[in-house]
Design a protein around this ligand. Sequence first.
Ligand SMILES: Nc1ncnc2c1ncn2[C@@H]1O[C@H](COP(=O)(O)OP(=O)(O)OP(=O)(O)O)[C@@H](O)[C@H]1O
Ligand code: SF4
Ligand SMILES: [Mg+2]
Length: 332
Amino acid sequence: MNAVISVSNPLLRITDLRVDFGSHTALRDVSFDLFAGETLGLVGESGSGKSTLARAILRLVRSSHGSVVWRGRDLLSCDSRELRALRRDLQIVFQDPLASLNPRMTVGEAIAEPLCIFEGALNARERTGRVAAMLERVGLTAHMISRFPHEFSGGQCQRIGIARAMILSPKLLVCDEPVSSLDVSIQGQIVNLLLDLQRDVGTAMIFISHNLAVVRHLSHRILVMYAGRLVEIAPRDALFAAPIHPYSRALLAAVPSPTPVSRTVQASAAPVEASSSQPVTTGCAFRGRCAYAVAVCAITIPPLEEMTPGHWAACHRGRELPASGLGTFRGC
Ligand SMILES: Nc1ncnc2c1ncn2[C@@H]1O[C@H](COP(=O)(O)OP(=O)(O)OP(=O)(O)O)[C@@H](O)[C@H]1O
Ligand code: SF4
Ligand SMILES: [Mg+2]
């Protein structure tokens, strides 16, 4: 949370984004802005569409509707050549660090690959120097440059993945559950590495995680997804102090302690409850689990509305539900 955020122009503006997998709509009506240097936490139960959103932004899956405007250019309408050029600033770190590395490439080759593509003027010595420096920057050592991914632990592989993603100092780093496959003792180190790199480079982040303690630690704002839609967007402290949407309230109530995560505390929050949240076309998708559902909830999909400045929620009863902290709420 050390980065300087520029709120003058959004780096990224998502409008009405929709993704269909055949007849299944995984993402619908998704709109939000991301500003330079900002970290957006993205939370929601399994199957709510978090990875689909991340992949749609980077055009790793096809969107059927909407726009993804990156620094004024709609990525969804770019031709492949333009997209390739823009990708230098858009990087992703995946959940499974070993699977995301090519087993036949040395770590040096893997980290150097983006340099070969985007900084072709570098000679071999300069490239090796950059890779060695990056290895040191992510807490590894330069002499590891000729080793292969299988020679490293999960945490080390994730450091290699981060080195590869950050070697070009991208403007946006999407992290899709980057620590969830790692030992708890390693998770905090990787989170802090990401924070340090973000502070140094000024990269904006979209950080997907089931771990609310980590999301709270990292994020400036938090997006809550349910059944393929955004149901709440709020500054981090506002969300944790007074979540509006009944799903967010239930989600945050599952966190065992409101104690902030310090740089030395490891990630340990309760996972988000698993369920089969499916997008619906009529009414509020959460109504079957909502203690506050009323007749209109079965008829009309609640729009995302600004309830208080900067705090948006998609709930017909968002303005009338008790604005209490989590401790006094007895909802879903
Ligand atoms: N390639 C695909 N083909 C068909 N359906 C898909 C595909 N990818 C995702 N889905 C479906 O889209 C929905 C959203 O999936 P997604 O992976 O985005 O959820 P998620 O929020 O990232 O879940 P998790 O927390 O488990 O990673 C799910 O119903 C999933 O089954
Ligand atoms: S719109 Fe209705 S069903 Fe949906 S969360 Fe709000 S009160 Fe509950
Ligand atoms: Mg996912």
